[in-house]
Design a protein around this ligand. Sequence first.
Ligand code: CMC
Length: 392
Amino acid sequence: ADVFTFDPGFTSTAACESSITFIDGDKGELLHRGYPIDQLAAKSHYLEVCYLLLYGELPTAAQLEDFTSRVTNHTMLHEQMLNFYRGFRRDAHPMAIVCGVVGAMSAFYHDSTDIHDPWQREVASIRMIAKLPTITANAYKYSIGQPFVYPDNNLDYASNFLRMCFAVPAEEYVVDPILARAMDRIFMLHADHEQNASTSTVRLAGSSGANPFACIAAGVACLWGPAHGGANEAALNMLREIGSVDRIPEYIAKAKDKADPFRLMGFGHRVYKNFDPRAKVMKESADEVLGLLGVENNPTLQVAKELEKIALEDEYFVSKKLYPNVDFYSGIILDAIGFPTSMFTPIFALSRTVGWIAQWKEMIEDEKQKIGRPRQLYTGAGFRDYADVENR
Ligand code: CMC
């Protein structure tokens, strides 16, 4: 009989070769196409990182201009797609809407669903990068009962997204450059993270030959869970539930108690057993945004700062190498910008779309890849004869 390696959670199985992102979890290092994330966060911006992830090199000025204009040309959603939103309950979670609308793109953009045609793959990729901010902002507007705001193609990617989320008719909306920069950094720091659960889901869905929109919708669905992309929402909800610094010890005790399923949300990572390099940059960004908005005395932030301090000193967290992760700080920034917690994971999904696409394209172009088909160790009953119902 075949013998299979038992590897729950795939902690020691490499399912693919990839040249996109490298992580050294012990050193706390994250490289995209060789470039360290802290240098990209300081010097680059989201669309340039998108180009790097998709095509393998930093663009020249002309290449970047061409890429930006191709993305900008596709920011509008087909008018008919707007009807799709109206089928959702008015208080639907925006993540449910994003998941549905991304999947529905395959019903609207038939000319970019043939995975064997490189041109169609390219158009599908650009369409998703361009439309995810519009889809996500519309999901938000719908959930709060405000009219959709059409994209403004004179704005950069992050500013356009903020405007689509926060502008209302008959009032001028001016995007603050510090907030736009913080938004862009959130996009950049979430752009790709090698074979995490949602990316592996996209690859698995793609391995069957499913169209790119369906594959990315599968990624969105997987990202939703609180152990993955849902952690930013869960982290902020937890900070609010704790409410004040004096209640922290109670929650630390719960997190350590093995009989209690509670975990400190926004702490720990499967791969980083050292400070998450994205969290370092995100922490700087959080300080900048909170400085600008003058909310240093916000109780949620006080709890966050104190919790971070205690967790970094406490023997339990230190010995298990449970550092604050990127979602711990991104939630604080998004809250300060004015997003409700229900928007945190959709924003993660929009940022990660380029990573999912880059990984999907790499897989399609890799001749060694075949349909993903894990095996199992069967633990059920052995062969037995069917018993008629009166004999059971
Ligand atoms: N609070 C308290 N204890 C924890 C935590 C936590 N946040 N995370 C892990 N532990 C303990 C866990 O109980 C286990 O203890 P023991 O060895 O005594 O049984 C040990 O640390 C190892 O945990 P694990 O669950 O085996 O580790 P994992 O690699 O399977 O899980 C994780 C990684 C991120 C799912 C987990 O740390 C977690 O649930 N964290 C909270 C949720 C969170 O913040 N997720 C965001 C991840 S980063 C963004 C992303 O990539 O999506």
